[in-house]
Design a protein around this ligand. Structure first.
Ligand SMILES: Cc1cc2nc3c(=O)[nH]c(=O)nc-3n(C[C@H](O)[C@H](O)[C@H](O)COP(=O)(O)OP(=O)(O)OC[C@H]3O[C@@H](n4cnc5c(N)ncnc54)[C@H](O)[C@@H]3O)c2cc1C
Length: 419
């Protein structure tokens, strides 16, 4: 869509600044609508920005996001509020009233070396899913939008606070900032609150809580990333050694009556992609993928068959029953349903393909009338309600599907505000 100089109607509110929310926001703003994008984290990009590469083309996520960042920067109709939440919604299609809470960032511009040097305390690096630590004043990642540091005020000592306030230039840091709320009238709402990983600590028998070398698929993305905890080297967290036997455990907490009954749709492609990371970085490693069914999305069967032909990759059809420490290795027990035998094998690194849980399930937006199914995914009503859910807020989905959803929702929202 090209930039349309004639804005009209009330603004469109987009809640969630992942790939789905960003897409909806820029499409609507470029058409000519006023758009307010609210993201609870300190930067845009959602889960995708924390990936090493994304299928099917295996390009770094920053490729697509950099273009979107430019589109956001160049569009005065799009207002982005990071570290913000919607705390109340009332009204209906064409006439919503929304209260937004802006949390303090404490950082108002580009920090200097003096600011950075004033802080030595460290906090777990959320961007790396806690696999490393980072200074309490830091840039979340290289391409962060907005390009502003994050400050963890709670982690600072009094001496650090004093040094930070004394550092030049002085108007960049404001430790006295408080949360504030503001109200807006809105014509349509796009709900793009996305997903979080299923908590691997719930998977008692798969050893995540006890063994450092049992990691999740999202942690693997960061392990393989240049900006990750090992600068992109795939190493065992316990001892920093290169793993030579790597297992991927599919459906870890998915399609399971004890956990989530649904299929998370993207995990098979996720693990097939990550097996390629291992093949590229550790050419001698042997990879075993334990699966119930391999479900590549849509036309991506080739992605799977290329790996089937690889003699460093073995596929075992069978659910993994247990992962436990065995000296410095991990002993994995699984039923090989095709071979008809109980397998026990040692691995150096085990990657759990944990599934997608909708963020909406435990933090719905107060006052927003949006029905959910019993898993917590939002169900878009057949009739227009002025609220359109997109991306992984609706069901587990890959980027291309999330983007298509978002574009369609932008069109509906534009029609609502121009009625
Ligand atoms: C292991 C794994 C690997 C994957 N790899 C790929 C891949 O290679 N290629 C691919 O196409 N897909 C991949 N996917 C799927 C991909 O992650 C999703 O398609 C994508 O994240 C969906 O984007 P989204 O915007 O809907 O959600 P998200 O990425 O989750 O973004 C949602 C955003 O909303 C924000 N938010 C949440 N609640 C609120 C709130 N109340 N207020 C304000 N903001 C809020 C969040 O902070 C976040 O920024 C993978 C998934 C997994 C599990």
């Amino acid at each position: 869509m090209s930039n349309n100089p004639a804005p009209s109607g009330k603004p469109i509110l987009v809640i969630g600044g992942g790939i789905a929310g960003i897409t909806a926001a820029v499409e609507a703003a470029e058409f000519g609508s006023e758009v307010i994008l609210v993201e609870k984290e300190a930067y845009l990009g959602g889960r995708v920005v924390r990936m090493n590469q994304y299928f099917p083309k295996l390009c770094p996520p920053t490729c697509g996001l950099e273009i979107n960042n430019q589109r956001i920067r160049n569009n005065p109709r799009l207002k982005v509020h990071t570290l913000a939440e919607v705390v109340q919604v009332s009204g209906s299609r064409g006439d919503f009233h929304v209260t937004i809470k802006q949390n303090p960032r404490y950082v108002k511009g580009a920090v200097s070396r003096a600011h950075l040097d004033a802080v030595t305390s460290e906090v777990p690096d959320d961007f790396n899913y806690g696999q490393s630590t980072v200074k309490a004043l830091h840039m979340p990642h290289d391409q962060a939008y907005p390009p502003l540091c994050v400050l963890h005020l709670d982690a600072l000592t009094d001496a650090e606070k004093t040094a930070l306030q004394a550092a030049e230039p002085k108007d960049v840091i404001d430790l006295s900032e408080e949360p504030r709320t503001f109200e807006v009238d809105i014509g349509a709402i796009i709900l793009a609150t996305g997903w979080r990983p299923y908590d691997a600590n719930n998977l008692d028998l798969l050893g995540y809580a006890e063994n450092a070398d049992v990691i999740t698929n999202v942690e693997m993305e960061r392990l393989a990333s240049k900006g990750g905890p090992t600068s992109g080297k795939i190493l065992r967290p316990s001892d920093g050694a290169e793993p030579t036997r790597v297992a991927f455990v599919q459906c870890a907490g998915s399609r399971d009556t004890n956990h989530n009954l649904y299929c998370s749709a993207v995990c098979c492609m996720g693990s097939l992609k990550q097996a390629r990371y291992v093949r590229a970085r550790l050419p001698d490693a042997q990879i075993t993928i334990f699966y119930i069914d391999i479900r590549p999305i849509g036309r991506h069967e080739e992605f799977y068959y290329d790996l089937v032909k690889d003699d460093h990759v073995t596929f075992v059809k069978g659910k993994v029953a247990r992962v436990a420490a065995n000296g410095s290795a991990l002993a994995l027990t699984a039923e090989d349903t095709i071979g008809g035998q109980l397998l026990q094998q040692d691995f150096d690194l085990v990657v759990l393909a944990t599934g997608v849980v909708p963020n909406n399930v435990d933090s719905p937006i107060p006052g927003l009338k949006a029905e959910s199914d019993h898993y917590g995914f939002v169900v878009n009503p057949a009739e227009r309600s002025g609220v359109y859910a997109v991306g992984c807020a609706v069901r587990p989905a890959e980027v291309s599907r999330s983007v298509k959803d978002a574009t369609a929702a932008a069109l509906r929202a534009i029609q609502d505000v121009r009625r």
